[in-house]
Design a protein around this ligand. Structure first.
Ligand code: NIG
Ligand code: FE
Length: 391
């Protein structure tokens, strides 16, 4: 039998249900309570009206919001790239070439080392409020190494993405077409059982629009759903391709034409912005305001990986998005919770409404706005995942 718990005396409860509370997209209820029953939310509303439950927790005037949905990370890897980061901070620019360093370290690592690394970064993310995460392969780039990365990832999340098309590995540099054939053939077959999504890095120096289309449609034919690394380092066809294929998400979206923004605004494809990457590559920020004003759905995620964005912290990304990408605190919090859920085409996470998973964060602050207002401060003081208290 499941037991029920009420968290009462919440100064501000973010539900992400606009029919509740203040009627904003965050559906903010003041002086609120939330009832958890088993792994689900059973009730939300004003504290004074909360039903009787087995257990009661006093939030003591702090804020509660849905757990973060980090819909873009690369956590199956070995080694790090401290030297590359150091070189960048002394003026060198980011190129995708550094991916090769991580591919070599990942291929050389044992399954146990990869899994220990993954669980280390997951624990780190959980402490910062992430209750759902997507993660990818992409540092193996052989049939064996890609499928083992996905097998390991699938032990920890349902949101697993096959990214055999991260770069053309050095062993195939002489014949990229043969690598695309491998990615859409034998490697795809080995990876399909472990993945829900297929991704491609569509960029100069990685895969062009035609290659990306061939890779994503091959995945779709085997039942995987597309998402794309698009328009990160330069303008290109990635966003248009994402929309054409009804991809759940176009990720990065740093270099967008007006036509790209229009295409996103008139589609179901989410623009997932990854400010950790611009922070740690000293690149220009994606223009979240332009996307939001056009009516596009925006998600915010970490892109956690050892090359371009070595942060597992969604709160850090929220602070960057507010300060440097012209998002309001409300928009950034929505994008890191409900937005991530839309980017994963999920309705059971990213919101605190009856029937949704009881994934929630208690902040050591009276409002979700403090996530941006108090950057770098570890405000996450409680985490429930699927109704279980994790922190
Ligand atoms: O999303 N852009 C492609 N992939 C990663 C970076 C990977 C790396 O540098 O190791 C990204 O930023
Ligand atoms: Fe990425």
């Amino acid at each position: 039998m499941s037991s029920s718990t009420v968290v009462t005396n919440i100064a501000a409860l973010v539900t992400n249900d606009p029919s509740l509370g203040d009627g904003s997209p965050l559906g903010l209820i003041q002086d609120a309570a939330v009832v958890i029953d088993g792994d689900r939310v059973a009730w939300t509303g004003e504290s004074s009206k909360a039903p009787a439950t087995d257990k009661r927790i006093d939030a003591a005037g702090r804020a509660v919001l849905p757990g973060f949905v980090d819909s873009h990370s690369h956590l199956v890897f070995a080694g790090d790239r401290t030297q590359e980061f150091n070189a960048r901070m002394s003026g060198r620019s980011y190129t995708a070439g550094g991916i090769r360093t991580t591919v070599a370290a990942t291929r050389a690592a044992s399954d146990g080392e990869l899994e220990a690394n993954l669980t280390h970064y997951l624990a780190e993310a959980l402490r910062q409020g992430t209750t759902t995460f997507e993660t990818k392969s992409g540092y193996g780039l052989t049939v064996e190494d890609e499928s083992r990365a996905l097998r390991i990832a699938a032990r920890h999340t349902d949101e697993v993405t096959y990214l055999g098309a991260h770069i053309v590995p050095p062993d195939h540099a002489h014949d990229p077409a043969a690598y695309v054939a491998l990615v859409t053939g034998e490697m795809l077959d080995a990876c399909v059982p472990h993945a829900r999504w297929i991704d491609v890095f569509c960029e100069k120096g990685a895969f062009d629009g035609d290659q990306a289309r061939a890779i994503l449609t091959a995945g779709q034919a085997k039942g995987l759903h597309p998402r794309i690394h698009a328009n990160q380092l330069s303008y290109g066809p990635g966003v248009q391709l994402a929309v054409e294929l009804d991809a759940a998400s176009a990720d990065h979206c740093t270099h967008l034409t007006d036509a790209d923004v229009d295409a996103l605004a008139n589609s179901r494809t989410v623009a997932t912005l990854l400010p950790g990457a611009e922070f740690s590559t000293r690149a220009e920020w994606p223009d979240a305001r332009r996307l939001l004003d056009a009516g596009a759905t925006v998600a915010l995620s970490t892109d956690c990986n050892p090359g371009s964005s070595f942060t597992s912290s969604v709160p850090f990304c929220i602070a960057l998005a507010v300060r440097d990408m012209r998002m309001t605190p409300d928009e950034a919090v929505w994008s890191a919770t409900a937005g991530g859920a839309v980017a994963l085409r999920r309705t059971d996470i990213g919101r605190l409404t009856p029937g949704a998973y009881a994934d929630l964060i208690l902040l050591d602050a009276p409002s979700h706005v403090h996530l941006a207002y108090r950057p770098g401060v570890p405000l996450v003081s409680g985490v429930w995942r699927r109704g279980q208290r994790m922190l």
